[in-house]
Design a protein around this ligand. Sequence first.
Ligand code: SF4
Length: 344
Amino acid sequence: MNSDILLDVDDVARTYSVSKGLFRGRVPLRAVRGVSLTLQRGEVLGIVGESGCGKSTLARLLLGLEDTSSGRILLDGEPISSISRLRLTRRIQPVFQDPFSSLNPRKTVAALISLPLRAHKIGTPREQLRKVEEMVDLVGLPRRILDSPPNQLSGGQRQRVAIARALIMRPDIVVCDEPTSALDVSVQAQVLNLLQDLREQLNVTYVLISHNLAVVEYMAKRVAVMYLGRIVEENETAALFAEPRHPYTRMLLDSVLTADPDLGLPDAPIESSYPSPTAIPGGCSFHPRCVRAFAPCGTVPPSPLRLGVGSVECHLYADSVEQSAPSVRLPGETTVNDREGSLS
Ligand code: SF4
């Protein structure tokens, strides 16, 4: 295994059973479907997609807050399912969207930030306080707020408290799930800059999950685009924004260029409504909305195809891959030769 690969997500799926309504039985909801990706040490990987695409479920799987239905997630080669909850929280920490609900209003800021140290029984109370003071300095908060409850702080300050708590154990990975979307526009950039600065100072690796393309473009080195529980395109950030390959990625970029000045994705996309993950279309799941759909798209699911350093899951690129078939296969990847039977 490549020693730079910190996290290896291998063909992971998560399915729920949900009620169809009173007396109407239950139906599977396939929130994450066969996702494979790797996270390199020290990088920022952005995961972008509309509401309901499965990105927050994927975040919870990466954090070990939920079990996978199939597939596996390896942290430094070790399945996270075999790592104790306590040990995993030393390595992977979350920063969630809403700092208002993620901080207990009955605790002081000092108690909130020191919680991981106390849970892991690290240091004496005096040593813990010193680490807390270091962290509030690092995240740009004044020490005088340490004895305050979080509800006396602004939204931006609360998110800084959440970031301090996430980083106090010096985890390898922080999973940031929409870290700025609950904040005023005026403080979003400050929090993003803080996350960037801390990444450089503490050598932390981020998974950044967002519906906001501008946030991902600013922060991430690589981007994965999710649609109905699948990664449909992945590439280096500059390349993906300059030359989107998947028709869905193109649609996202086109829609935000005209619809929303802060590049946030609309909940209901412009072209048509987002399909339910309980009724995923057959073939390519994007085909009912795809302006470039052709013969095989309605019946044959495309597989991830490597193109240069990126990958795309779309039949349009089958010929490109044939001309430069890779010698090394990505997790979950197929080559054209593998797929000939199903395409014919
Ligand atoms: Fe569109 Fe077909 Fe590509 Fe799916 S496989 S994105 S339907 S062209």
